[in-house]
Write a protein that binds this ligand. Structure first.
Ligand SMILES: C[S@@+](CC[C@H](N)C(=O)[O-])C[C@H]1O[C@@H](n2cnc3c(N)ncnc32)[C@H](O)[C@@H]1O
Length: 387
């Protein structure tokens, strides 16, 4: 079994924007990471036992059939203390790690803001639009309980949201499974593209919803001569991403834009990509984004969005419910609806041909020092189309 290569916060990938943490802060981050792992490995499996041994038999007895979908499973699981307790603990853990991260970032925010400022020696650029209006599906809530979400700015040239995101966010909740730079998703994208489209040699790549660029920079590793651009609606993440990329030696452009309607010309990209992005938008936005993607692609170009699998690809209603947890508990209201969407219809309406649309699974990647493409145990869902 492949094991994640980082198991403590002190082992997290260093760069110039990374916050300083004292002993207690680092210990608390490690405690939360281990709590998430414990919940996943020790408590989570109890749900299946409970469901198979008690909840499903009781449902069958009462209705003469099994629950038909995740909504019916949820209704009966909500009566179970074990399920409710697990949910409460998971929400507590999420809120707790955010309040920890917020304190860490706040006490050094002035310093982080100063560090992020563009310098003459920079290779790449960051473009912030002073008149930018972020979409309401992002500004109307604190996405996955992140205080202020991605777009909120609390100070001049703010980087707080970016710093909070990178201070043990996904790293804590996934137990380091995406590697010490949190970039395993992009290496999974690269591996899949190189295997399935070996002749594609992109000159220009767009990464949408790039946040702090975790999964933007690996595209430069894979295709060093390509121009790589990361866009996002959140200025704080982009400023942070810029300095992070510079200090790690990458030349990338980060730009504040809405992926639904970008400033780029028709047919100006060879690849338009995203990782863990679509589920944080809206139904209408997904249609707009895919349409915009087709407009941006050169003939022969590739669109690829990486997500969790749609519910229709998950056979058992119980497993569907467990994948739907974030909709009800993690302040991610579009999560469930997005995973119910007919993505083929989305791509067809954007103008892609049926024969050019791909929906498939690909292995996760946990990069290690010696192998950036080290395959993990999990699976990503790939929604792709060529023009
Ligand atoms: C879960 S994060 C994505 C993480 C990132 N792709 C990664 O792999 O590390 C979702 C990101 O999408 C951004 N976002 C949401 N709606 C957007 C839009 N319409 N256009 C561009 N970015 C958007 C958010 O600001 C946030 O940074």
């Amino acid at each position: 079994m492949t094991q994640p290569n980082v198991t403590t916060w002190r082992g997290y990938g260093k760069h110039e924007m990374l916050v300083d943490t004292n002993h207690d802060e680092a210990s608390r981050i490690d405690f939360m990471m281990n709590l998430f792992k414990h919940m996943g490995s020790e408590i989570w499996p109890g749900h299946r036992k409970l469901y198979e041994n008690k909840v499903e038999p009781a449902f069958k007895k009462a209705h003469g059939r099994k629950p038909k979908d995740r909504h019916e499973v949820r209704e009966v699981m909500l009566d179970e203390e074990y399920f409710r307790l697990w949910s409460m603990l998971r929400v507590y853990a999420q809120e707790n790690i955010y309040s920890e991260r917020r304190n860490i970032v706040e006490r050094q925010l002035d310093d982080l803001v100063a560090r992020a400022k563009p310098r003459e020696s920079d290779k790449g650029t960051v473009e912030i639009d002073p008149n930018f209006v972020a979409p309401r599906y992002q500004t109307n809530l604190d996405m996955h309980w992140m205080p202020g979400g991605y777009a909120n700015e609390v100070t001049q040239d703010d980087v707080a949201a970016g710093a909070m995101y990178d201070t043990g966010g996904l790293y804590v909740s996934t137990g380091g499974m995406f590697g010490k730079y949190n970039n395993g998703a992009a290496y999974a994208v690269v591996a899949w593209i190189q295997e399935n489209f070996p002749r594609l040699k992109p000159k220009r790549i767009l990464d949408q919803g790039c946040t702090v660029g975790h999964n933007t920079l690996p595209y430069k590793d894979a295709w060093p001569d390509a121009e790589v651009i990361g866009i996002d609606i959140g200025g704080p993440g982009l400023r942070y991403a810029h300095r992070r990329a510079e200090s790690l030696g990458y030349k990338v452009t980060f730009s504040q834009q809405n992926a639904e309607a970008t400033k780029y010309e028709d047919e100006s990209f060879d690849m338009v990509l995203s990782t863990m992005f679509l589920h944080e938008t809206s139904n209408k936005a997904v249609y707009n984004i895919v349409k915009e993607n087709r407009r941006l692609l050169k003939p022969g170009g590739l669109m690829l969005h990486v997500e969790q699998p749609p519910f229709e690809k998950i056979a058992e209603p119980f497993d569907q419910l467990m994948k739907d947890w974030d909709t009800h508990n993690n302040n991610e209201p579009f999560w469930g609806r997005m995973h119910d969407m007919d993505l083929e219809d989305v791509a067809l309406r954007a103008g892609f041909k049926k024969s050019d649309i791909v929906q498939t699974f690909a292995p996760t990647v946990t990069p290690t020092e010696s192998d950036k493409y080290n395959r993990g145990n999990g699976q990503w869902f790939m929604f792709a189309a060529t023009k």
